[in-house]
Design a protein around this ligand. Sequence first.
Ligand SMILES: *[C@@H]1O[C@H](CO)[C@@H](O)[C@H](O)[C@H]1NC(C)=O
Ligand SMILES: *[C@@H]1O[C@H](CO)[C@@H](O)[C@H](O)[C@H]1NC(C)=O
Ligand SMILES: *[C@@H]1O[C@H](CO)[C@@H](O)[C@H](O)[C@H]1NC(C)=O
Length: 462
Amino acid sequence: MERFVLILFPALISTSGASKSVYAQVGGRVVLKPPAINTYKYVYWRFAKEDGLQLAWRNHLGGTGINKDEPWTNKLTLPDESLVITNLQPENFGTYFCEITSGSQTLPIHSIELIKLNVSVSPAEPLLPGESLSLSCTADYRKKPEIYWLNPRGERIKNNQGTVTVRVTSQDDGMWICVVAEEKQVKMPVKVVGLSPAPLVPHYTSTSSPITVPCSIPPLITWEQIKAKGIHEVHWQFFPETSSGLISQDAQRLFSLSLAGPLSWKRDQPRGLSPARDPKTGNLDLTRKLARVEDRGDYMCTMKFKNGRTLNRTVHVEVLQIISSPGPHLLSGQQLNLTCSVGQPLPSDLHLQWFRPKQSAQPDLKSARLTIPEVSTDDGGQWECGLLQGETRLTSAAITLTIEPKLSVWMLVISCSAAAIVSLLLLILGLIIHRRRRRKMRHLRPQLCRCKKPKPKGFYRT
Ligand SMILES: *[C@@H]1O[C@H](CO)[C@@H](O)[C@H](O)[C@H]1NC(C)=O
Ligand SMILES: *[C@@H]1O[C@H](CO)[C@@H](O)[C@H](O)[C@H]1NC(C)=O
Ligand SMILES: *[C@@H]1O[C@H](CO)[C@@H](O)[C@H](O)[C@H]1NC(C)=O
């Protein structure tokens, strides 16, 4: 009977609230805390048994002693009453006991169960969407603690005793967390290959700005890893936006990446776009110095793998443009319509803002169309139209208007007419002189005949 009680005793202690479970992994670090105490004389830390191997002690004056023997060498520190263990090895897991004496009084011995956690992820290499991922989180303990996994979106995943197997999607990229007994969290990074940037964000540019269609492989993924996945083809396609604002289904292939030998781009229908110089860096962007209205549409960057899996990223490009009717060269007094648009209605969170030339008296307007009933020379200069999301300017287009003063035109007309009148008068005068000369000549002719030695005309020296 006595034996039985003795055997039961440690088990009773461990369930009596004076005991605690702490989870850690091999190689990890733990801080074992004693129960809350106001004053003490001595704190003793022991291993395996209440009166087992003494690991460390501390007194209220700050004096300490630490066990330096194997397997504890260079692992233990006692910065205060808490025992800190670093670089945990399998033999360091087990039960720790903390005994506290306060004057003549000895408090009940406190025990802490240090439990080994085994957390693993397979495969460790980056995955393609659709590939299978296994996560395992197990506690080496007879009483199984509650264990579950959280995916990177914080959702709890159904598991079988700490093991989870999922077919990954791009959303599974990120930090997975194993939660043990609602207190210990172990983070495991999982890499699912995807193309950047994040989808669904339209890319805004303007006819006064460069165009950059972004696409890249994530910075931590190398081409070697992608080749190891069996890369088969990489290309860019363009789906133009029709005038009705719909995206055409007919794709134009812009570029293909030649994968044999050093990576290099092959031009199919480049549309004046240039690919980033060195695809080896993972940057697959397409660029041009100025965007054009014909650039509106969807650009798709695709990677095909030999197992049939594909990665793709579609970038929707919107090009802001200012149209001036009747044109950029006007006479003062003419009606002017300035229209700023991306060719289709804007989403509700975006708005336009006009920036007029400094001297222009037009009020600042926010509508897509600006009508000026009679332009003046003060309206000449650079007009700008910004596309804003709240305070952020996404892009802006510009147009330079030249406006001739009406006055100078009238002056031109007057001076032209004056010149015409003068030349007419001169012409008439010339005619009169000519006629009079001819009449004179007729008078002189008989005299000239009688003349024997007519003097040669013109100047000459004597
Ligand atoms: C941890 O788990 C993995 C996979 O389940 C196993 O291969 C490995 O041996 C375990 N490690 C330890 C220390 O238990
Ligand atoms: C693009 O990728 C998605 C999965 O992310 C896939 O369902 C779709 O078929 C792909 N599209 C093309 C044209 O390859
Ligand atoms: C400007 O817009 C108005 C209204 O749409 C139109 O009646 C007018 O003809 C336009 N003027 C010019 C110069 O385009």
